[in-house]
Design a protein around this ligand. Structure first.
Ligand SMILES: C[S@@+](CC[C@H](N)C(=O)[O-])C[C@H]1O[C@@H](n2cnc3c(N)ncnc32)[C@H](O)[C@@H]1O
Ligand SMILES: Nc1nc2[nH]cc(C(=O)O)c2c(=O)[nH]1
Ligand code: SF4
Ligand SMILES: [Mg+2]
Length: 239
């Protein structure tokens, strides 16, 4: 079964969430069942880019992973688009056999049995500002599909007050999940403006706003984190 691949890049560092700063390779799949208003990865989302998503076998993906990692096993982060749309069982099995571990980024809208093979699962349901609905039953099915050994965390992007209040309510329902809050980048690079400079001052102002709210509300089990790679490498692709 082939897997639609947008890009494979790294080693870099995980720029977001519970594993921030951890060296990792990225395997980005093509295609998404969502279209968030502020998505920073439209080249792996919008159907008009489908011709750019190469159908690859698990063997071919692992060959590229081994080449990029110099044959030294490390964390491989599956992202997209929505990687949960792809048949990833073989890739996970082959990668584990070679000593690699796997994290996956998904919004939790599509569940697969192979979630049970993941070492890390970051669930990032979408807030109101995204324009997408939160399907709680699909989210909880994603949670239930994780394996005994899978470290699951919740990552919520916050663009405004309504998102913040939504996040408080969602997080309160899943107190068992480590939680990171991430300010929304309101002006990510787009296919029309691929070289758009990151407005770092505005991003940091949003981060400050979020920190101020979390501390004022004494929301002490929320970690507030930026998108580190965006601060380091601008809105560049493949970093
Ligand atoms: C590009 S998505 C791919 C994986 C999956 N579709 C998902 O949304 O979790 C990876 C992460 O980037 C976040 N993200 C996307 N666009 C963003 C933006 N403009 N600002 C902040 N985070 C963003 C998503 O919310 C998600 O947590
Ligand atoms: N360095 C880096 N960290 C990331 N964490 C989540 C990413 C994503 O696009 O899914 C991402 C990304 O694109 N780059
Ligand atoms: S679910 Fe993820 S990849 Fe899909 S549109 Fe939203 S942010 Fe982009
Ligand atoms: Mg990204």
């Amino acid at each position: 079964m082939s897997i639609a691949i947008s890009e494979i890049f790294g080693p870099t560092i995980q720029g977001e969430g519970a594993l921030i700063g951890v060296p990792t390779l990225f395997v980005r799949t093509g295609g998404c069942d969502f279209r968030c208003s502020w998505c920073d990865t439209l080249y792996a989302v919008e159907p008009r880019f489908k011709a750019d998503w190469a159908p690859m076998s698990a063997e071919a993906i692992m060959a590229e992973v081994k080449q990029l990692s110099g044959g030294q096993p490390l964390l491989v982060t599956l992202s997209g688009g929505n990687p949960a749309l792809q048949p990833l069982t073989e890739l996970l099995e082959q990668g584990h056999a070679e000593g690699y571990t796997f994290a996956m980024e998904t919004q939790g809208s599509k569940v697969q049995d192979w979630f049970a093979l993941l070492d890390h699962l970051t669930l990032s349901p979408k807030p109101p500002s995204s324009g997408m609905a939160f399907n709680r039953s699909r989210f909880e099915a994603s949670l239930a599909a994780a394996g005994e050994q899978t470290r699951v965390s919740l990552k919520l992007v916050i663009a405004d007050e309504a998102d913040y209040q939504w996040a408080r309510a969602v997080a309160a329902d899943y107190p068992q999940l480590p939680l990171t809050l991430q300010p929304c980048n309101p002006s990510p690079a787009t296919p029309e403006q691929p070289d758009l400079e990151t407005d770092t001052a505005s991003l940091n102002a949003r981060l400050r706003w979020l920190v101020d709210k979390v501390t004022a509300d004494r929301w002490f089990n929320a970690r507030v984190l930026p998108q580190l790679h965006v601060l380091i490498w601008n809105n560049e692709r493949g970093v």
